[in-house]
Design a protein around this ligand. Structure first.
Ligand code: COA
Length: 293
């Protein structure tokens, strides 16, 4: 009898792309999905990402990807490592494969001088054992669409990229994006984008849904609290959406106050789980939906 050898190593991008459907099945729990239009920043051919796999022989059994970004936070501009698509073959779970990959990623990011590792998961206990803690609190507001809504809402088009890149740059806490990154995230992701236009100027934007992620959620917006509060109900009408959930950053209290009259329930959620690697990494931050992996 031969026993397949086990190893953890970096995947080539071709191997990562070839594993897309399998990773989607491990994450979503059913076949027939792709992660390319959920996480183009990981799966697109020119994505700048490092992907690690635990293999048994030639077979991939567990995976995690890491993407380095610059992040504007309460402390300073930080070098952050966003970890995502953490998934193990259901037949190989409990064998420390994901933990092994995550330890390896942490060692690599420490060595590279990164300030913080960030990831998104409900499995707080699993990640607590690996040194991750809840990073902060976000409001998650369930809304019923109000009848009254503002004029000037229309679907996002690529000609809006300059305007929405500027609106994103005005946020106090964010992943720093250039126009090309904004283009990738808004045009290669399966998402519904809307803008609010006033006097021929785009004053706000909002995105809903994201591939297999964020079904029924408004997870990213830019512009003043007043304009975003006008845009979301109008965009719900444009999408013919009677109810939705809005994910509110910690710095958007005024927006929350404006939307609460239309809310049916308000919950607190975790901004993310994080593992600070430097003193600067002990900060408050928020990452918009299109950046999350
Ligand atoms: C979460 C997941 C990646 C863990 O993979 P894994 O290779 O089985 O993890 P490990 O074997 O390294 O687990 C290590 C520890 O975490 C615990 N653990 C694993 N999955 C867990 C879960 N779903 N809930 C709570 N604890 C869990 C294990 O019991 C083990 O504990 P121990 O060290 O005390 O024995 C895997 O369950 C999975 O693919 N789940 C579906 C996708 C998912 O939810 N991904 C996370 C989103 S980022």
């Amino acid at each position: 009898m031969t026993v397949a050898t086990r190893q953890t190593r970096e995947l080539t991008h071709d191997e990562l792309v070839a594993a897309d459907a399998r990773l989607a099945e491990w994450l979503v729990g059913e076949p027939g999905h792709s992660l390319l239009d959920t996480y183009p920043q990981i799966f697109a051919p020119d994505a700048e990402v490092a992907a690690y796999g635990a293999f048994e022989g030639d077979s991939l059994r567990s995976h995690a990807a890491v993407r380095r970004v610059r992040m504007s936070t309460s402390q300073a501009t930080l070098e952050a490592s966003l970890v995502g698509v953490v998934a193990t073959d259901p037949t190989a779970r409990g064998a420390q494969l994901a933990s092994g990959i995550l330890h390896r990623i942490a060692d690599r990011e420490i060595e590279a001088g990164q300030d913080i590792i960030v990831l998104w998961s409900d499995l707080w206990e699993f990640y607590a054992k690996l040194g991750y803690a809840v990073a902060g609190v976000q409001a998650e507001l369930s809304l019923t669409r109000p009848e009254q809504h503002a004029d000037g809402c229309r679907p996002f088009v690529t000609d809006d990229l300059d305007a929405i890149t500027e609106l994103h740059a005005a946020k106090p806490w964010r992943v720093i994006r250039d126009r090309a990154e904004m283009q990738r995230l808004t045009t290669e992701t399966r998402t519904d984008g809307f803008v609010l236009e006033r006097d021929d100027t785009v004053v706000a934007y909002a995105f809903h849904g994201k591939g297999v992620d964020f079904p029924g959620w408004w997870h990213e917006f830019g512009g003043s609290d007043e304009d975003v509060a006008a845009l979301i109900p109008a965009a719900m009408h444009a999408l013919d959406q009677p109810t939705a959930t809005v994910l509110l950053p910690p710095y958007r209290n005024e927006l929350l106050d404006r939307l609460v009259p239309h809310g049916t329930s308000l919950q607190e959620g975790a901004v993310a789980l994080c593992k600070p690697l430097t003193d600067r990494g002990r900060c408050q931050f928020f990452i918009d939906g299109l950046d999350s992996v």
